[in-house]
Design a protein. Structure first.
Length: 372
């Protein structure tokens, strides 16, 4: 009996000593990093989140829980490893041996645009009998910029047709079949109707006609994020942002200079073209907030009226279409300012929108974007 008591007493003492020592040293020489596989991505893209734990000491860490919060718009494939409320809180368990580096690779999908950051993580460990819990907060640095997704160019053709100008260029925005430029080698994507028979006979290889292309004048895109109703319709706002981004992107590909004006929570504008300009636009749109828009649509147009350069084509992207804003846009058209209004709607017929009535001056200048 004494031997049994002595045995358990020794075990208890060992347990206490081990617990005390473990509590003092378990987090020493331990490092944790959290990183996204990319710094930027588009809506719908799939990326990876890396958790890297480094134990640079002789003590083994048999059970470590890594806890941190991410936005619920980042949808992880193994959602059972976390809980969802206003954020998604991950809880990943790992074992790290002495002088070992353990890396976890977590797949997720970017459900919505935004700038997502992880700045703090919590690591939790336990004693031998899981009776005591030890917690340490650690600073981490992970940032991901998710920009809006692109809308298919075919869906934007009604808008692009309104922009058809008369400046010849080599970029394929709208092809003018009557502006003959030369010939080139045939490709499988070419129609047989485009074959230049005389040039083909002369060279001995199939040749097709090439034409000049029609480019637009500089384009100003005015994105009005004023809510069309009492409550903010997130789907309408997000679709409006996608439309504006897609217009900037496609026009930029064809070397057309654009200006993007936005009345989000803070009004701002960007102008230019090229890769650096697109990077600025993507990041600016990724961080847009529209729940406290103070500048109304008609005020936004009034503010921009004097800034519009002669020859600039205007595209208004706005799900809100109150009469004062419509009348302001119609006055632009009467003055000869080439204006197109893209109106994202809840339904294709606009029966549940502010565009049930359209002022006469805007008839024919509104492209209803339905089916949100």
């Amino acid at each position: 009996m004494i031997l049994i008591f002595s045995f358990f007493f020794i075990v208890f003492i060992v347990y206490l000593v081990h617990t005390y020592y473990y509590s003092r040293h378990w987090s020493r020489d331990f490092d944790l990093s959290i990183d996204f596989s990319e710094e930027q991505a588009g809506e719908g893209d799939e990326l990876f989140l890396y958790e890297t734990a480094i134990n640079n000491k002789k003590m083994r860490l048999p059970s470590i829980c890594v806890k941190f919060g991410t936005a619920k718009e980042l949808s992880f494939s193994d959602a059972e490893s976390g809980t969802v409320s206003d954020h998604f809180y991950r809880n990943d368990v790992m074992s790290v041996d002495r002088f070992q580096k353990v890396r976890r690779k977590l797949r997720f999908q970017c459900k919505r645009r935004g700038i997502y950051q992880i700045r703090e993580a919590e690591i939790v460990s336990y004693d031998l009998l899981y009776k005591h819990t030890f917690v340490r907060k650690m600073e981490v640095s992970a940032t991901l910029c998710v920009y809006p997704s692109l809308i298919d160019a075919d869906r934007l053709m009604p808008v692009f047709r309104e922009l058809n100008g008369g400046v010849a260029t080599r970029v394929p925005l709208y092809e003018d079949p009557y502006a003959y430029a030369g010939v080139r080698d045939y490709t499988p994507q070419d129609s047989m109707r485009r074959i230049h028979w005389k040039a083909s006979a002369r060279t001995g290889t199939w040749q097709v006609k090439t034409t000049e292309y029609i480019a637009s004048s500089p384009v100003e895109i005015i994105l009005n994020l004023e809510s069309p109703g009492v409550f903010t319709d997130t789907d309408l706002m997000e679709e409006s942002i996608r439309i504006a981004y897609s217009l900037v992107y496609y026009l930029g590909r064809y070397e057309i200079e654009t200006t993007l004006v936005v009345n989000s929570d803070d009004k701002w504008s960007l102008s230019g073209n090229g890769r650096a300009y697109m990077t600025r636009v993507r990041r600016a749109l990724a961080g847009l907030e529209y729940h406290h828009v103070e500048t109304k649509g008609e005020v936004l147009l009034e503010q921009e009226e004097d800034a519009v350069m002669p020859g600039t084509r205007i595209i208004i992207v706005s799900p809100a279409g109150k009469m004062p804003m419509q009348e302001r846009a119609a006055s632009w058209i009467e003055r000869g300012i080439l204006t197109t209004w893209v109106a994202p709607l809840v339904s294709t017929n606009g029966a549940d929108s502010e565009f049930r009535e359209i002022v006469p001056g805007l008839q024919g200048h509104i492209v209803k974007w339905g089916g949100i």
